[in-house]
Design a protein around this ligand. Structure first.
Ligand code: AHR
Length: 307
């Protein structure tokens, strides 16, 4: 590289510090805590100054945090949106200020793709597909439709909508699984338990549960046990995330399958932040890793699981 017009001009290269303003959804689950840790550690290792705010599930608070990053003229803004709608105003202001925005984990429903430069995260539809595929395998010999109830995450969030969509699409293809009812559990163990109580009351003959994260699936376990429904056996359960607690649930025989959604996206994010800071181009979509665990693979993975 030299000083010519076509090459990279080292004299005009931006100098540090690189400042990243990051707004996190909340601290609703083990997955979220691991995600926060991954981002904080990666920023520290890469010497990126991180301004971090936890929105505690509140969109207004998240918008206020993004506005404060715009006002402070940070180098890059990243955030994991609490809900999908209602971002055009603040993201338009970030774009007008020339601050690139990266979506992490979740998406927004705006048609205007110029509001963000890149999104990094899991393919939630495919997680729902996998959950239905693996659960469906257990019922290939069934002679009747299998009644599945779904415990949903928070309303209007990308994983809630897309995991449901993916599960329904594969269930419709496989033809055995029938989603008969849904109830929100808000990603928490207590929420999962409360949802399971309602679902059991309304569907005393249910066969299986799709809980959209580990916490909610584990919250459903004692409720099913109290009702004599033998979770992991008579009532099969599939969840998403693959936290330590979820893998332990598999090893204990209380859950049947867990679809992995990796929260460890800190390094992917910092790579993008550094590229954007130096004016480089980045891919519009960067997908994180996934796998599906059963009892055996969970036992193998558990000792080294960091979260
Ligand atoms: O957006 C990812 C989801 O949010 C995780 O699956 C869930 O545990 C979390 O709270």
């Amino acid at each position: 590289c030299g000083d010519d017009d076509e090459g990279f001009d080292i004299k005009n290269a931006p100098t540090g510090p690189i400042v990243l303003g990051f707004s996190q959804v909340g601290s609703e689950s083990g997955w979220r805590l691991a995600n926060t840790k991954s981002i904080q550690k990666a920023a520290e290792y890469r010497d990126i100054q991180l301004r971090f705010d936890n929105a505690e599930g509140d969109q207004e608070r998240q918008i206020a945090a993004l506005q404060s990053y715009i006002d402070a003229r940070v180098s890059v803004i990243a955030f994991s949106p609490v809900v999908e709608s209602g971002w055009d105003g603040v993201l338009g202001r970030a774009r007008d200020a020339g601050i690139p925005v990266v979506l992490t984990d979740r998406l927004i429903d705006s048609k205007d793709e110029s509001l963000y430069v890149c999104s990094i995260g899991a393919e939630f539809v495919s997680e729902g597909n996998l959950a239905a595929l693996y659960l469906g395998h257990d019922y290939v010999a069934a002679k009747r439709p299998i009644k599945v109830v779904e415990i949903l995450g928070t309303p209007d969030s990308t994983p809630t909508k897309q995991r449901s969509e993916g599960f329904a699409a594969t269930a419709a293809k496989e033809k055995k699984l029938q989603v008969v009812d849904q109830e929100t559990g808000n990603w928490s163990k207590a929420g999962g338990a409360a949802a399971m109580r309602k679902l059991l009351r309304r569907n005393p003959d249910l066969d299986a549960v799709f809980a959209q994260n580990d916490e909610m699936g584990l919250g459903a376990v004692p409720v099913l046990e109290e009702a004599g429904r033998e979770p992991g056996n008579k009532t099969r359960i599939v969840t998403v995330d693959a936290t330590k607690a979820g893998l332990q649930g598999l090893v204990d025989g209380k859950l049947n399958y867990v679809v992995e959604c990796s929260p460890v996206i800190g390094n992917l994010l910092m790579d993008v932040v550094v590229d954007l800071f130096h004016g480089g181009s980045v891919n519009k979509r960067i997908a994180s890793e996934k796998a599906v665990f059963n009892k055996q693979s969970a036992a193998d993975a558990l000792p080294d699981r960091p979260y």
